[in-house]
Design a protein around this ligand. Structure first.
Ligand SMILES: *Cc1c(COP(=O)(O)O)cnc(C)c1O
Length: 427
């Protein structure tokens, strides 16, 4: 059955989540399909950031650590975020970057393995995992006498061995949009005595996550993607309560101390997840992220993550079918799995030629997606055209428009113009 522009408009008119779009600044003339890289700005963020600067900082000064609630922001934001991930209040802190939080939890996991199961000396991850995750793991494995083993996408049976200490995975793959079954993999790992670390960078705020339901061990994730926290927004960390009180992470700074303002010379870790804090937090960035979290939580009365997920799948299904109907014959192939249970909130396409230039031509038309390079040497064969669908603010007509522009860029060979082939530093 073919879908028309009128059908898409009717779907928007019937969409109960449609009013949420008004909570965000979506620039005129832009179809923004890159919320998986940098989310849009919540409308409340500009005023809130100004308030933090001009009132809480300029006037309140040092008093604001208490009076404006600055000091407890990592926990307060963590409690808000916990609701989106099947975690409980007190189990999450918002802090530092994803890379740094991964360093903390992988260190904790390696320390646990060294104490409990010294024969387990291997960390397993996927070859196509996000590079910073692999780099952090390379560094920590080298420093601690562990071996990092990279497997092909989904070949995780290899991880269920008596010499494996940790299975470190990103829940939704940034290059392909493929989503793992967190519960099944965690259960299999637990059965094999392997600890699990989940990177939720492309999951938090994008797909339903149930950390306690899956009985995972550790999780980290990103504040500036689907959570709309702004460029470089603080990230988050969750540790299962059965581990959180047991181990000290290596970045034992004063914010993770049980009583930082006693200024005692000896480190004494805070109870629970607060020990995963290190130093003073970027309060202005925290305030912006809180606006993003509040905008996400505004979806709770409308069905929350389940309703957002249903819309996300409807949008990505529509995008896939429109690309297949309208761009047929142009050599575009679908990379993201068709099965709903295996798909995150993005659709990735590939083409034997021109992927980068096609994305540039689309950006020039106001359809913002992004491009991810191949790395043939490490077995990553395909160049990717990546389109993220954030159901909070993307609609069905947007999806139609994106495909219409893609069709025109391909039909007219517009992407072959010289300017679209010049590479920029950030793709
Ligand atoms: C975006 C992303 C990161 C980002 O890490 P930073 O420390 O914020 O730069 C890490 N891991 C994954 C899987 C990501 O998608």
């Amino acid at each position: 059955m073919t879908t028309t522009l009128q059908d898409c408009r009717a779907m928007d008119a019937q969409d109960p989540l449609r009013p949420l779009r008004d909570l965000f600044v979506v620039p005129q003339g832009v179809t923004y399909l890159d919320g998986n890289s940098l989310g849009v700005m919540p409308k409340s963020a500009a005023a809130r950031v100004a308030q933090v600067a001009t009132e809480e900082w300029a006037q309140g000064l040092i008093r604001s650590w208490n009076a404006a609630g600055w000091f407890t922001m990592p926990q307060r934001l963590g409690d808000k975020l916990a609701q989106l991930m099947g975690a409980k209040a007190g189990e999450v802190v918002v802090t530092d970057s994803t890379s740094i939080n991964l360093y903390k939890v992988l260190s904790a996991a390696l320390t646990m393995a060294a104490q409990d199961a010294p024969h387990r000396t291997v960390v397993v991850s996927e070859r196509t995992n996000f590079p910073t995750d692999l780099y952090i793991a390379q560094g920590l494995c080298k420093a601690n006498g562990f071996t990092l083993e990279l497997v092909d996408d989904g070949a995780l049976d290899a991880a269920m061995r008596p010499d494996v200490a940790v299975l470190m995975l990103t829940h939704v793959n940034y290059r392909t949009g493929a989503m793992h079954d967190m519960k099944a993999i965690t259960a299999a790992a637990q059965g094999a005595g392997v600890l699990t670390i989940w990177d939720l960078a492309h999951s938090a705020g994008a797909v339903p996550v149930d950390l306690n339901g899956a009985d995972a061990d550790f999780a980290v994730g990103c504040g500036y993607k689907y959570l709309n926290g702004g460029p470089g927004a603080p990230a988050f960390v969750w540790v299962h309560p059965r581990h959180a009180g047991r181990f000290e992470q290596p970045l034992s700074g004063w914010w993770g101390h049980a009583a930082p303002f006693e200024f005692a010379p000896g480190y004494r870790p805070a109870e629970g997840i607060s020990r995963y804090l290190c130093g003073t937090q970027p309060i202005i960035s925290m305030a912006a992220l809180e606006c993003g979290l509040d905008a996400m939580l505004a979806a709770q009365p409308l069905g929350g993550m389940q309703a957002l997920r249903a819309k996300s799948l409807a949008l990505t299904d529509l995008f896939i079918s429109l690309v297949e109907q309208r761009c047929a014959g142009h050599g575009i192939e679908l990379v993201t799995p068709r099965g709903h249970a295996q798909r995150g909130s993005q659709v990735c396409l590939t083409r034997s030629e021109g992927a980068y230039a096609i994305v540039q031509a689309l950006i020039a038309r106001g359809v913002i997606g992004d491009y991810r390079a191949a790395d043939v040497a490490s077995g990553v064969q395909q160049e990717i055209l990546r389109f993220g669908f954030t159901p909070l603010y993307i609609g069905f007509e947007d999806t139609w428009n994106a495909v219409e522009h893609l069709k025109q860029v391909l039909d007219t060979h517009e992407w072959q113009r010289a300017g679209f082939n010049q590479k920029h530093a950030v793709t």
